[in-house]
Design a protein around this ligand. Structure first.
Ligand code: HEC
Ligand code: HEC
Ligand code: HEC
Ligand code: HEC
Length: 449
């Protein structure tokens, strides 16, 4: 059973004493939990979706091949099985198919993709309620949720979605982790922030299992920041709010106190979820704190970053539940069509980093645009874009629109993307508007006016 976490409860007051580079010790609830947790994680296939977890070989061997290469499964069975697949099967050991919380439309689409034979009464009625939920939608849902992490047969087998857990032990608070692993959707129902559409499946872990996995994860990572936990003065609070309002891009992607974008996780109720030093790391060096994350680094002095951290951690007020959209709904952000074939760097980067705000066709109507106080520039507008030299576009992308006197909500991508990447984004914007920059900037005389 999980024991009280007295040592952990002491964590916050002793923040100032935390020193750089101390390894995280986990706790001693289960001396052999690392082994337990590791074996369990391998059987459950956590590593199919998360870097930093054991290889999912066992789960892959035990999960059946689906589709034409596998044994035929009746569509009726797929439809009802996916409503509640969590079973313990003695023949499979601890491995089990987790529950993805699929709604009816999603299950109709997956049954069309994976199942065969005639539909029984229940499935037929559901099909009438979701006439668009065919095999093609099923294929996209299968990819978005990462079913291929365990099952061969539909997509080429490979890594599923899911955040890198290599440094999870430095990131989250242990009590949050326990609660999350026990019932992920009770803690966070909307799934991954942003457009991916993926969500953490529910394995209905027993208390012992959740605890062993939490112990395993709390041992990961090493800390490099330390932080002073003294509350902010009035002056410091005002200063930080001015930074957030007028200079930083955080609110373009994150919600703070009831407003802001949804590309990243909400920062409301942050102190219940993450460790304060992690927030400081995430601001100072997002690529190190969250490997592979799309959060750009915004140049900020250590003092300002520490103030911002203390401000964010000090925000009281519970996290507002985020809206949940079904993947069977055509307006789900995951279906905001990426540009072109995505074979070229520019369109791929644009789909990954820009479409959420600027829209798939660059019309300034991305799914995150309504969360911004200033509409994102319409890159498809030839009148507007032909007045901008390529150099100005380059600078806005690298340094944020703020450097050109525009909205600070447009993030600076200079630390995340290479100069070559940014040039290919400028070329993509030129394709979207079907226009060139002003003649003086492109006629070979080169220099600014
Ligand atoms: C099919 C893919 C998939 C599998 C398998 C999977 N996860 Fe996840 N997991 C996700 C996704 C996607 C998220 C992000 C969801 C969100 O942000 O709400 C996530 C989130 C998490 C988080 C929260 C990380 C954070 O700090 O926000 C933890 C912890 C976690 N998973 C642990 C596990 C463990 C332990 C297992 C094995 C028992 C596992 N996952 C199996 C997809 C998966
Ligand atoms: C973490 C590994 C894992 C992931 C991810 C996963 N499955 Fe499974 N799945 C299993 C295992 C193991 C079984 C067999 C054991 C069981 O039924 O519990 C299974 C069984 C199934 C079955 C029943 C097949 C049969 O013949 O009984 C279907 C259908 C299925 N999965 C569909 C899906 C879909 C759709 C997704 C994505 C939404 C998915 N699975 C994601 C591991 C996984
Ligand atoms: C372009 C969008 C974007 C901008 C701008 C941005 N972030 Fe993020 N941020 C993200 C994403 C996406 C994640 C999730 C990354 C992951 O889990 O791999 C994230 C994660 C975080 C986390 C971890 C939260 C958690 O619950 O684990 C913190 C803290 C954070 N950001 C703070 C900030 C601050 C402060 C700023 C402004 C200086 C900022 N971010 C600017 C996109 C952004
Ligand atoms: C969080 C939302 C957001 C994201 C993500 C975002 N932008 Fe922006 N962008 C904006 C907003 C808002 C403006 C408008 C600034 C203004 O008009 O003051 C803008 C303006 C711009 C401009 C300036 C155009 C001009 O008027 O000169 C360029 C160029 C640009 N964005 C390119 C990009 C590219 C390329 C990406 C992806 C790498 C991107 N943006 C990602 C919100 C965003």
């Amino acid at each position: 059973m999980r024991s009280p976490t007295a040592a952990r409860a002491l964590f916050l007051p002793t923040l100032a004493a935390v020193v750089a580079a101390a390894g995280v010790g986990g706790d001693s609830r289960h001396p052999d939990a690392q082994e337990d947790g590791g074996a369990l994680a391998a059987e459950l296939g956590c590593g199919g979706c998360h870097a930093g977890m054991p290889a999912p070989d066992l789960a892959r061997r035990r999960a059946p091949t689906l589709g034409p290469q596998g044994d035929p499964i009746p569509a009726d069975f797929v439809f009802s099985y996916l409503a509640d697949p969590v079973r313990r099967r003695d023949d499979l050991g601890r491995t089990r198919m987790p529950d993805f919380g699929l709604d009816e439309g999603e299950r109709v689409a997956l049954a069309a993709l994976l199942g065969g034979g005639d539909a029984g009464a229940e499935l037929a009625a559901a099909q009438r309620r979701h006439p668009d939920a065919g095999a093609e939608l099923g294929r996209r849902i299968f990819a978005a949720l990462g079913c291929r992490a365990c099952h061969a047969g539909i997509d080429p087998p490979g890594d599923g979605p899911g955040p890198d857990l290599t440094r999870e032990g430095v990131r989250v608070r242990p009590d949050w982790l326990d609660a999350y692993l026990t019932a992920p959707w009770r803690v966070r129902s909307e799934g991954q922030p942003g457009a991916a559409g993926a969500r953490m499946p529910d394995y209905r872990l027993s208390a012992e299992e959740a605890s062993a996995l939490a112990d395993l994860l709390m041992r990961t990572g090493a800390r490099f920041a330390s932080l002073d936990s003294v509350p902010l003065t009035r002056f410091q609070t005002d200063k930080t709010e001015r930074l957030l309002e007028g200079r930083l891009a955080c609110l373009g992607c994150h919600r703070i106190a009831g407003r802001g974008g949804r590309i990243g996780p909400s920062l409301e109720g942050l102190s219940e979820r993450v460790q304060p030093e992690f927030v400081l790391e995430a601001i100072l060096d997002p690529a190190r704190a969250m490997p592979g994350s799309p959060m750009p680094h915004q140049p900020l002095g250590v003092r300002e970053a520490a103030l911002l951290t203390r401000y964010l951690i000090g925000q009281s007020g519970a996290r507002q539940p985020e809206p949940v959209t079904s993947l069977a709904d055509a307006s789900h952000p995951a279906w905001a069509a990426p540009l072109g074939t995505a074979a070229a760097a520019g369109p791929t980067l644009y789909a990954e980093h820009c479409v959420a705000c600027h829209g798939a066709q660059g019309r300034g109507d991305g799914w995150n645009a309504p969360n911004l106080p200033v509409p994102p520039t319409a890159h498809s507008d030839p009148q507007l874009m032909s007045r901008r030299p390529d150099d100005a576009l380059f600078d806005a992308i690298a340094g944020g629109a703020w450097v050109l006197g525009g909205s600070p909500r447009m993030p600076p991508f200079g630390a995340l993307l290479s100069a070559a990447d940014i040039r290919s984004l400028v070329a993509t914007i030129r394709d979207l508007c079907g226009c060139a920059g002003p003649a003086w900037s492109t006629d070979g005389r080169g220099a600014l006016p």
